[in-house]
Design a protein around this ligand. Structure first.
Ligand SMILES: Nc1ncnc2c1ncn2[C@@H]1O[C@H](COP(=O)(O)OP(=O)(O)OP(=O)(O)O)[C@@H](O)[C@H]1O
Length: 941
């Protein structure tokens, strides 16, 4: 703990904790006192006559109990504050000046006079103001300029130059004006002045070769938390003071405990110091209890720190060597009342406070007991200082070096007997604890302050260094004996010689004395020279170390400077890049804005164009729809006309029945024709009914109904033809065969027409191909067109990409290819083509008759080696519409041609037999029907 930063002066000598007792005056003079002062060191505690008293919860009769207690000193109620200070605290200030630490605390129950003893009042100042007064009286002449000593934050100090100190002073003088929340401690200093101090003690151990400064810090321990009472008050956003933050305790490099981060205020006078104390005092938590309206509920600790450092050889500036700085500390502690909780009658927060106070005092007691045990037994059991902040902070006093003194304050009121007993028991125990003593601080003495031994004094006390007289006396007179009876000359000579001899002896003495002084001076000089040499060596070693450190620091500085340069350059580069990027960013933003506005404008334009196009297309579509409707109506009328003609033909053909046929062949033919007609009619009915149910367009439905009626008519025609054949029972076989083949041809034509209708249904996108339709096709002798033609590309399950240009017009062509493209695009992209295996291009153009001809160009997609796609067109399917009126004759001609090409035999029969006209007409009628949506399949490769 030593306050000296260089702890070379440690000594094992110990002193006991010094305990004094102070008995305050009675509150009621008539009341009996429980304390009797026997002498300067002894008191008797008596509970009073014929009364019960309690110790450790056991009641005793008072007459049998009288406790005698011994203290270092006992002060009765008449003792003055000054005398108490003289006897107790003065020596502690002496120690402080000599560089020793000290702890002085007051202990006792509430209202026993602890605060009065420690602080006192303006009229009767206590220890605290008197210590400060004595200290400042002692160091006035050798006080250092303010802010020369600077706390380092770790319980130490360093020295700064006078110029720096002056600068700091100016800053601090300005600071309070800038920050009004920081209280100006200096200003309020003048408000305190103690009237009855008049101590004016001066400590004689002040070293004139040193300079001194005083720092004070003031903390309280409340509910086992340490608070700084001199710290700046922090304000919350509403300008209200924030609750204080507790501080931590730490140990410095010399094993001294200190409050980390505590404010240390440098003070230049007693008033200033006491002003700081008062400022802290305002913040103390004073709680009111039943026992004392101003009872302190926390332990308060005022630390007075005296810092000293030697001057340089010229006696002008302080040496800045930290090892030469000595910081000693005197802690003045006012403990909270030690009464038991039950007596306070406190509850809630007060109860908690009392609990914490008692807990910390109990810990103090236990620590002292443990220390005493260790010292008695030579053991080293752990002392649990950390159990409370109070003992933790005092640890360095009890285990380190310094003086510990305690003033036990006793209240003589009879009601306080029990509590007094506890207090004196604690005091007696504490007195048995030994604390190590430390030596005085021996400050470094600069060589210029060396003085030789005082000059030798002459007998009359005068110094004869300045004019040493070595003459033996007056020169010899003319000695001539002229007369025998001359009695004067010889005796005169004798006395002169005797005087000279005496003079010579005196000179001899003086010379020998001078010699001794010289020798002693010489030896002291030699010793001093040796010590100076030693100091010089130390200094040189220090200097060498410092030079090394300096060089090291120089190198580090150079390294850091080069690093700094690099960093500066890098920063500049980055700044430049940043600027460029910012420029680019702003350009890009401007471009983005302009492009956004362009795109908005374009969007508006496109919307307008789309709206126009849509309106135009809608108009066009409506126009076309009307045209198509008109055409369809015309076609329907033509069909009706054809049907009417067919009916007429059928009705006319009935008169030709009765042509001879063989009976056997007639029955066969009837069977065939009936079965054909039945199957066709039933299949057509079911197929068409399904188709009708699925048809979306009513016009198509109407058309199909008409086809049904035509089909039925055809079946009737066929049956009649069969019956006609039957009637020709007597005909030759060849003829019958021809007839049958013709019937079959008619049926085949009818079937073809339904198959085509079926295809139409498929291409319209409906799912009308079902089992019944298949049943219908099963009776078909063969496909009307080559299977290869119709199914080669469309019916495969390939991955089709349909390229449908946006200009494609919906033609309402009933027959459509059975291709179900996987994807339909207006403009194919390479990606679309890559994902497909087949390619279908829809192309439209106007044919010679003014109809729209749709060509479906089919191709296969190949993947090239270079990763691209190639489409090879392999097929063109043409979808075409014909006007039946325009193509009527042509159609009949082509059909006749086809028929003549197909069967020469039948053609010859047609020419021969008139009934073949019926068949031809039927075929013609059906052919016309087919021509409504004739499909021409061409296969090109
Ligand atoms: N020796 C004394 N002479 C005159 N007055 C005294 C003396 N001792 C105490 N008093 C007075 O008694 C009152 C209580 O004293 P003080 O506040 O010092 O008690 P305390 O022990 O510090 O109490 P607490 O533990 O509550 O702080 C004060 O008004 C004080 O002036």
């Amino acid at each position: 703990m030593p306050r000296k930063l260089n702890s070379r002066h440690i000594t094992p000598v110990t002193d006991p904790v010094e305990v004094c007792a102070r008995i305050r005056n009675k509150s009621n003079n008539k009341e009996e006192s429980c304390i009797k002062v026997i002498n300067d060191t002894t008191i008797h505690l008596t509970p009073g006559d014929s009364k019960l008293f309690m110790v450790n919860n056991i009641y005793f009769l008072s007459s049998y109990q009288q406790t005698e207690c011994q203290f270092s000193r006992v002060f009765d109620s008449n003792v003055s504050q000054k005398r108490l200070f003289d006897c107790v605290a003065q020596t502690m200030v002496d120690d402080l000046v000599r560089g020793k630490n000290g702890l002085l605390f007051t202990y006792g129950v509430t209202s026993s006079g602890k605060t009065y003893t420690m602080t006192g009042s303006l009229e009767e100042p206590g220890f605290l103001p008197r210590c400060l007064d004595m200290l400042f009286n002692s160091i006035t002449a050798v006080q250092a300029s303010k802010y020369v000593f600077v706390p380092d934050g770790m319980n130490g100090f360093h020295v700064q130059s006078e110029a720096d100190a002056l600068l700091e002073k100016q800053e601090r003088d300005i600071l309070p004006q800038l920050t009004p929340k920081t209280p100006n401690k200096i200003e309020s200093a003048a408000t305190f002045s103690f009237r009855n101090i008049n101590v004016h003690y001066k400590e004689k151990n002040i070293n004139p070769e040193c300079r001194y400064s005083v720092f004070v810090s003031y903390v309280e321990i409340y509910n086992d938390y340490v608070y700084d009472l001199l710290g700046d008050v922090q304000l919350d956003p509403f300008n209200r003071p924030k609750p204080p933050q507790s501080k931590r305790l730490r140990e410095d490099k010399n094993k001294n405990m200190f409050v980390y981060g505590v404010s240390q205020v440098e003070v230049a006078s007693t008033e200033e110091a006491f002003a700081a104390f008062q400022q802290g005092q305002e913040r103390r938590r004073i709680a009111h209890t039943q026992l004392n309206a101003e009872s302190s509920r926390s332990h308060s600790i005022l630390n007075i720190r005296l810092v000293q450092a030697p001057l340089d050889p010229l006696g002008e500036d302080l040496l800045q060597e930290r090892s030469l700085i000595c910081a000693s500390q005197l802690s003045l502690v006012d403990l909270a009342g030690s009464e038991r909780m039950a007596r306070t009658g406190a509850g809630g927060e007060r109860s908690r406070e009392a609990g914490n106070i008692n807990s910390s005092l109990m810990t103090l007691r236990r620590c002292l007991e443990q220390l005493r045990e260790n010292q008695k037994n030579g053991s080293s059991d752990m002392v649990k200082y950390r159990n409370s902040k109070l003992t933790h902070l005092f640890k360095s006093y009890f285990e380190g070096h310094g003086k510990v003194k305690m003033v036990v304050c006793l209240n003589p009121n009879m009601a306080e007997y029990d509590e007094n007993i506890h207090v004196v028991q604690f005091a007696e125990m504490a007195q048995q604890v030994e604390v190590a003593r430390s030596e005085d601080f021996k400050s470094f003495t600069p060589p210029t302050t060396l003085h030789p031994s005082p000059p030798p004094q002459t007998d009359d006390g005068e110094s004869d260094w300045e004019s040493p007289d070595y003459s033996l006396g007056q020169p010899f007179p003319n000695l001539e004996v002229m007369d025998y009876a001359d009695n004067e000359t010889v005796p005169g000579l004798i006395s002169m010689l005797e005087h000279r001899i005496g003079r010579m002896n005196a000179i001899k003495k003086r010379v020998s004395r001078y010699g001794e002084i010289f020798r002693s001076n010489l030896s002291s000089c030699t010793q001093h020279e040796q010590s100076v040499q030693q100091q010089l060596k130390d200094c040189e070693a220090d200097l060498a170390n410092k030079t090394k450190e300096l060089n090291k620091l120089d190198r580090q500085v150079k390294k850091l400077e080069s690093k700094n340069q690099v960093l500066t350059r890098t920063t500049q580069v980055f700044e430049k890049e940043k600027k460029q990027l910012q420029d680019q960013l702003s350009d890009a933003e401007a471009m983005l804005k302009s492009s956004q506005s362009d795109s908005r404008r374009l969007e508006m334009k496109m919307k307008g164009a789309v709206a126009n196009t849509k309106a135009h297309v809608e108009k066009e579509c409506e126009k076309r729809v009307r045209t198509v409707q008109t055409e369809m109506q015309e076609k329907m009328w033509v069909k009706d006309e054809r049907l009417r003609q067919l009916k007429n033909i059928i009705s006319t053909g009935g008169g030709r029945e009765g042509r001879p046929t063989a009976a056997r062949s007639r029955s066969d033919n009837r069977m065939v024709s009936r079965s054909v007609s039945r199957s066709v009619s039933s299949s057509v009915s079911s197929s068409v009914s399904r188709m009708v149910s699925g048809m979306v367009s009513s016009s198509v439905s109407t058309m199909v109904n008409r086809m049904v009626s035509r089909a039925v008519s055809v079946s009737v025609a066929v049956s009649r033809a069969s019956e006609f054949e039957d009637s020709m029972s007597g005909g030759d076989v060849m003829h019958r065969m021809t007839t049958r083949s013709r019937v079959r041809s008619v049926v085949s034509s009818i079937e073809d027409s339904f198959i085509l209708e079926q295809e139409n249904q498929r291409t319209l996108g409906s799912e009308y191909v079902n089992k019944a339709d298949e049943d219908l096709f099963r009776h078909r002798p063969g496909p009307p067109v080559a299977t290869k033609h119709r199914r080669s590309c469309s019916a495969s399950h390939s991955n089709w990409l349909a390229h449908l240009p946006s200009s494609t017009v919906q033609t309402e062509t009933i027959l459509q290819p059975a291709i179900r493209p996987n994807k339909v695009v207006n403009v194919p992209s390479p990606k679309d083509v890559a994902g497909a295996s087949k390619y279908l291009l829809t192309h439209q153009r106007e044919d010679g008759t003014g109809e729209i001809e749709t060509q479906l160009v089919k191709g296969e997609v190949f993947h090239t080696r270079s990763g691209g796609q190639q489409v090879q067109f392999v097929d063109i399917e043409t979808l075409k519409q014909h006007d039946p009126q325009k193509n009527e004759k042509k159609s009949i001609t082509s059909r006749r041609k086809r028929r003549s090409e197909t069967s020469i035999e039948e053609a010859s029969v047609d020419e021969q037999s008139s009934w073949t006209d019926v068949e031809t007409r039927c075929a013609y009628g059906i052919g016309n029907t087919n021509n409504v949506a004739a499909v021409t399949n061409k296969r090109k490769k």
